[in-house]
Design a protein around this ligand. Structure first.
Ligand code: ADE
Ligand code: ZN
Length: 344
């Protein structure tokens, strides 16, 4: 009989909150550092892993941006992206909406063309040979100015045919969504999907402001919405997706432990929550490990897993017909795995 972990691993799912730079495993970082003659803060992969002890979001971001120094050539961005896609495909991720942070590379003299060509080549390969569809979402770094955001946005327009959406990430504290109101207005005007991180280290008010100021269709994280019952009712009523990242939240001390995580409570409120890995090379697991660790700590049952997998497609930017195909596939999977054990 399949274990519950097997049931979770096998169910088709989408990943909607994944920073490609956050998939840079220490082994690849060290290898790229050597290949490019770039000196990194760690002598080897084990030393890097030891340093990945975070007290909050900012302590992680400092380390995460420093590691991008290893990424120089188009080949590096290809290697980074294809490694993630192979891993995701092995975990039955059938669709991925992938963030990239171009400002963290262009600020080091890497051209937009270099990074996007490398990423896109890997995405095309996955579409062809890994049974996976993908979309690319360009994130604006919120610790920088809106003017700098506009500068990267203008560069990106040349590559618009490869970019589905615009997102907002980096330090939420001190950088309210309001700061990027004009940029997101422009993004809407250009027809991009718009999403933004909010309610990770920020409060429920930050989620509310993000919806009001940026008119995003999805909130990344959003866990602090639960502090405002009126907001929760609205999010549930309008089925606004929240891309939750359980292991990230524990590693960045948003919750003291997985048992304190509010994912189950969010599901019980009827919110359109999904499970994602955020920066898997730093937080101890890819999407399946996120489902499994959350399921163990919060006693998620079979129906919760089926709901989360369905939510991942419903919350995606896939077409209606593609969503329906995946939902039907999940129903079929559930029916043919009825006797799966509820034990890990
Ligand atoms: N960039 C990468 N991971 C992030 C996170 N969890 N929050 C904000 N910005 C990020
Ligand atoms: Zn994130």
């Amino acid at each position: 009989m399949d274990s519950f972990a097997d049931f979770i691993a096998g169910i088709p799912k989408a990943e909607l909150h994944l920073h490609i730079e956050g998939t840079l495993e220490p082994e690849l970082m060290i290898a790229l550092g050597k290949r490019n003659g770039v000196s990194l803060p760690y002598p080897d992969a084990a030393a890097a892993r030891q340093a990945y002890n975070f007290s909050d979001l900012q302590s992680f971001l400092d380390i995460y941006y420093r590691a991008t120094a290893a990424l120089i050539t188009e080949e590096d961005f290809y290697d980074l992206t294809i490694a993630y896609l192979k891993k995701a495909a092995s975990q039955n991720v059938r669709h991925a909406e992938i963030f990239f942070d171009p400002q963290s590379h262009t600020s080091r003299g890497i051209t937009f063309e270099t990074l996007i060509r490398g990423i896109e080549r890997a995405l095309m390969e996955a579409n062809r040979s890994l049974n996976m569809s993908t979309k690319l979402i360009m994130c604006i770094l919120r610790h920088l100015s809106e003017k700098e955001g506009f500068e990267i946005f203008e560069k990106a327009l040349v590559w618009k045919h490869w970019i589905a959406g615009i997102g907002l990430d980096s330090s939420e504290r001190g950088n309210p969504a309001e700061k990027f109101r004009n940029l997101f207005e422009r993004a809407h005007h250009e027809g991009f999907l718009a999403v933004a991180h909010a309610g990770e280290e920020g409060s429920a008010a930050s989620v509310r402001q993000t919806l009001d100021a940026l008119h995003v269709t999805r909130i990344d994280h959003g866990v602090h919405c639960m502090d405002d019952a009126v907001l929760v009712a609205e999010l549930a009523e309008q089925q606004i997706p929240l891309t939750v990242c359980p292991l990230s939240n524990v590693r960045l001390k948003v919750f003291d432990s997985m048992r304190q995580h509010n994912l189950k409570a969010m599901l019980q409120k009827g919110l359109l929550v999904t499970v994602n890995s955020d920066d898997p090379a730093y937080f101890g697991g890819y999407v399946n490990e996120n489902y499994i660790e959350a399921a163990k700590a919060l006693q998620l049952d079979r129906n919760d897993i089926i709901q989360l997998a369905k939510n991942s497609f419903t919350a995606s930017s896939l077409s209606k017909i593609h969503k329906q195909l995946y939902l039907t596939e999940i129903d079929r999977y559930a029916a043919t795995h009825e006797s799966s054990s509820l034990h890990f």
